[in-house]
Write a protein that binds this ligand. Structure first.
Ligand code: KIV
Length: 311
């Protein structure tokens, strides 16, 4: 066991002990040249599968607003909503680092307000780090000195959609690229433990990754980052629209769900579900006394028989 990890007390499906991923462990992965896998997740079942698949970092992203709650952008999701989903993810995840995304408005006022809101994600939902968008250097410093690990997020920051005039690739000019590099440097210096780079040219991401000691995690930033993150629903075709250029679909959960649900509906409509084998039965002794055509009085299930079925 290394100094940057600690056992969870659990075991993987193969029986080997699980080594928890921590923020320092991510930096160690960068030092060792090991790619970091990251994915968003928002509920118990999916995060459990993501964790069991060995993903290193699970982000309860504010993309929750769009892919789970059906909003047009990420701006309207609230602290309470992200807290609610982070708790569910926390209950499922044993190995991955759990990061909560701070929603729009929860850190855009004073630094003190930002710290107060971040503390809620750690204290009330069990997050192990928070992610914030933009070069908020002072806030990163304050969070770090409050013992809250921070993942920064630069480039195409979706909470800036109105300022950017849409979801556009950032840092295309050398001036913008230099500013981005300076912001990344400043966040790392202020204590950020990792940096998400979104929607920027590959060359810009590569330069930042090469310069910083902290890991970069790319999304639409090319293959040279220390790790990659995608939105769970993009990966599995659950987003109901054409994917962005950087998305690779690794599965078609939409087709799987449609097919399964249609099959179920058809079976119900044709009385093919449930079968006799999928039904509970009276114990033999009770069945012998039971009238097959119950009168109104007998229509109420006999409580003793019910207990027999359930035991
Ligand atoms: O909310 C989100 O999904 C993100 C991305 C980095 C994946 O911030």
């Amino acid at each position: 066991m290394s100094l940057t990890s600690f056992p969870t007390g659990g075991a993987s499906s193969s029986g080997s002990p699980i080594t928890k991923v921590t923020m320092p462990a991510l930096a160690e992965m960068k030092r060792q040249g090991k790619p970091i896998s990251a994915l968003t997740a928002y509920d118990y079942a999916m995060s459990r599968l993501v964790d069991e698949a060995g993903i290193d970092l699970v982000l309860v992203g504010d993309s929750l607003a769009m892919v789970v709650l059906g909003h047009e952008n990420t701006l309207s999701v609230t602290v309470d909503e992200i807290l609610h989903h982070t708790r569910a993810v926390r209950r499922a995840v044993r190995r991955a680092l759990v990061v909560a995304d701070m929603p729009f408005g929860s850190y855009h006022g004073t630094v003190a307000e930002g710290v107060t809101n971040a503390v809620r994600f750690v204290k009330e939902a069990g997050a192990e780090a928070v992610k914030i968008e933009g070069p908020r250097v002072e806030l990163v410093r304050a969070l770090t000195s409050s013992e809250i690990p921070v993942v920064g997020h630069l480039g195409l920051t979706p909470q800036s959609v109105h300022r950017m005039g849409g979801y556009r690739v950032q840092a295309r000019t050398s001036e913008d690229m230099l500013r981005l590099q300076a912001d990344a440097r400043a966040l790392a210096k202020a204590g950020a433990g990792a940096l998400v780079l979104e929607g920027i040219p590959r060359e810009a991401a590569a330069a930042i990754t090469a310069e910083l000691a902290i890991p970069t995690i790319g999304i639409g930033a090319g293959p040279d980052c220390d790790g990659q993150i995608l939105v769970f629903h993009d990966l599995l075709n659950l987003t109901f629209g054409p994917p962005a250029k950087f998305v690779r679909r690794y599965g078609d959960a939409a087709a799987l769900i449609r097919e399964a649900v249609e099959h179920y509906r058809e079976d119900v409509e044709h009385r093919a579900f449930p079968s006799d084998a999928e039904s509970y039965h009276l114990p033999d002794a009770t069945r012998r006394n039971f009238k097959s055509e119950p009168d109104d009085e007998n229509a109420i299930v006999n409580q003793d028989a019910l207990q027999d079925w359930e035991s």
